[in-house]
Design a protein around this ligand. Sequence first.
Ligand SMILES: Cc1ncc(COP(=O)(O)O)c(C=O)c1O
Length: 387
Amino acid sequence: MEFSNRLKSLPTQFFATLVQKVSGAVAEGRDVINLGQGNPDQPTPEHIVKALQDAALNPQSHKYSPFRGISELKQAAADFYKREYDVKIDPDTEVAIMFGTKIGLVELPLAMMNENDLMLLPDPGYPDYLSGVALANVRFETMPLLEGNDYLPDYNNLTTEQKMDAKLMYLNYPNNPTGATATNEFFEETVALAKESDIAIVHDFAYGGIGFEEKKPVSFLETEGAKDIGIEMYTLSKTYNMAGWRVGFAVGNPKMIEAINIIQDHLFVSLFPPIQSAATAALNESQQCVEELVGLYEGRRNALVEACSKIGWDVKAPQGSFFTWLPVAKGYTSEEFADLLLEKADVAVAAGNGFGTYGEGYVRVGLLVDEDRLVEAINRIEKLQLF
Ligand SMILES: Cc1ncc(COP(=O)(O)O)c(C=O)c1O
């Protein structure tokens, strides 16, 4: 059988290798502390599960969903943006419902770009952005995120060609993998650049619900003019521990939203209605569960940073997301360091180079196990006397 060039062009999933290595170690009976992945460890709040159960009992919700999702969920997304960010969204024309935001991020190059058009991506960045690049057969160039610039791209370093050619740019704050957050000034610069150079912006706000030290992460759409040139992707996976449910939405520029909806009209018949009802409940009802979740992650973050500093590992506390971005010990590459921790300390972390060239020299550690396991992981690493 012959398969398409498109299929062959898909990047291999870097983290599949990590999963394999960890599973191998666990199969040998080793007590691995897995800090390598990004899967929320807490359950979905009960009132959200209850909304699913109630809706599932209603035979009406066993039919096909309206193609573009139920109106209650679109209204809830608009109300959520008004309440949380004071951003006005038209539920009919400025919201697209999707099976988690990964699919939207992969659909957008298909919807907006022709073959060989140029896309700008952050480096380090979420690896799945490259799936969209490969499926749409577009070109991409990267914008380095450097510690010295608080992991924000420096637009002064874009070349004239990049500014002229780029059609689409992806940004993501709070950032996976670095845990950095964006500022209003940075988003103002982004809108100015986008308007000057005619670049559509997609802000991936996957960790929008998770900001520390009582600093709520800023939405890109709070910036004046943002909706003229871009959209924001919001997932329920992280804010409400709903990663397995597959539900998220895009909000913002109505032309970009329509483009996503047209592609989706051909691919899907929207989500199982009870999942949409549960997502509606998540957005509409009390946000206390989110406050508690952020408190839990912040406690883990503080415990990890303190344990690291006790062993002389010089790390910076992340401002948001549930990741910490740690420099590797001297003399190691990211991959060598990650392999060493797994082999000698039974601690799994994600090697930074899996997120791009500028991820070299770092590893990503998830805050997705209890505080005492995080501290135990660092105590095990201490025994290797690397710092
Ligand atoms: C930066 C970033 N964007 C998007 C996603 C996709 O989330 P989902 O497809 O669950 O909405 C993830 C998930 O890990 C992520 O880390």
